[in-house]
Design a protein around this ligand. Structure first.
Ligand SMILES: [Zn+2]
Length: 307
């Protein structure tokens, strides 16, 4: 595969608090602002606490999920008196860091999230963008304390709904398990290591280093599975089975237990072999998602360097 070159990454944004109760990003951004981090060698660093009202309230969001507001349709919806707070914030963030899809957009957005699922460090991105994929490859080669994985959402950029889609390149960093509203030092240190390595990668890239291509493993989203529910009340009637709990990204085979009903019955998985992730994510109960399923793929990256 031939090498590819990209323009230098001169403006990088590190964001947190998109979900106001995911504390690693909240405290990482606050700490970087306290230390007045505004540059790293060849590039500027913008730190943004993206959902300040939700952060103050220590809630995921005030009116609606901010990280679903960045589709082209929602970003072009006129603001009125009845516009939800988060959609208003999405427009402000799109002005500050974008506009999405434009030449003026920042070069790289890293948005820090936590999950209550046992996902280790997981980079999430749209499409096949070699810049975040090479950052992923770099993080994977350097971080040994926790598994480093990547999830690719195969969604066209116009429909890409999360903050990192506003940058020319971007990824979300999910780290877990960490309960909402809680900050754990072990998890925070992983975020710090991943942030420092991302900054190091951008420095090396801008200064002319070539990053060799090669194969990386990633997971592509297939579908979501809901909890078993009472057909009348639609209340959940089962929890994630203990054999599935904390086993994100471990192969799930037909017949493997996935739920344990409150009356004691095991529900077994039916379907093709697959990889579950976001298992028992707290914030997904309201979305009627018990876990997502993914396929494992091997991606072949070209070598890249700066134009
Ligand atoms: Zn989040």
């Amino acid at each position: 595969m031939e090498g590819t070159s990209f323009l230098p990454l001169l403006r990088v944004a590190i964001c947190g608090g998109t979900h106001g109760n995911e504390m690693s990003g909240v405290y990482m951004v606050k700490e970087m602002q306290r230390q007045k981090v505004e540059r790293a060698g060849s590039f500027s660093v913008t730190t943004v606490l993206t959902n300040p009202r939700a952060t103050d309230a220590c809630k995921r969001y005030i009116d609606t999920d901010l990280n679903r507001c960045f589709t082209n349709t929602l970003l072009s919806t006129p603001i009125t008196d009845s516009t939800p707070y988060e959609l208003r914030r999405a427009h402000e963030l799109n002005s500050q860091l974008g506009p999405k899809g434009s030449e003026e957009a920042v070069d790289l957005i890293c948005d820090i999230h936590n999950t209550t699922a046992n996902m280790g460090l997981c980079l999430i991105f749209y499409s096949l963008d070699w810049v975040p994929l090479h950052i992923y490859k770099y993080l994977q080669s350097k971080i040994t304390s926790v598994p480093v994985r990547a999830v690719q959402l195969d969604i066209p950029m116009a429909e890409a709904f999360s903050l990192e889609a506003v940058g020319k390149h971007g990824f979300a960093m999910e780290i877990g398990p960490q309960p909402n509203g809680v900050v754990r030092a072990d998890i925070f240190n992983i975020v710090k290591e991943a942030r420092d390595l991302t900054i190091e990668w951008v420095q090396l890239f801008n200064s002319g280093s070539t990053f060799e291509g090669g194969e990386v493993e990633a997971f592509t989203f297939m579908k979501s599975i809901d909890y078993p529910r009472d057909p009348t009340t639609s209340e959940i009637t089962a929890a994630i089975h203990p054999e599935l709990q904390d086993n994100d990204f471990k192969l799930l085979r037909p017949g493997d237990p996935i739920f344990l009903s409150f009356s004691g019955e095991t529900v077994k998985y039916e379907g093709e072999e697959t990889y579950p992730f976001f298992v028992n994510e707290c914030a997904y109960y309201e979305k009627k998602i018990a876990f997502h399923l993914a396929q494992k793929v091997t991606l072949t990256l070209p070598s890249i360097n700066v134009k």
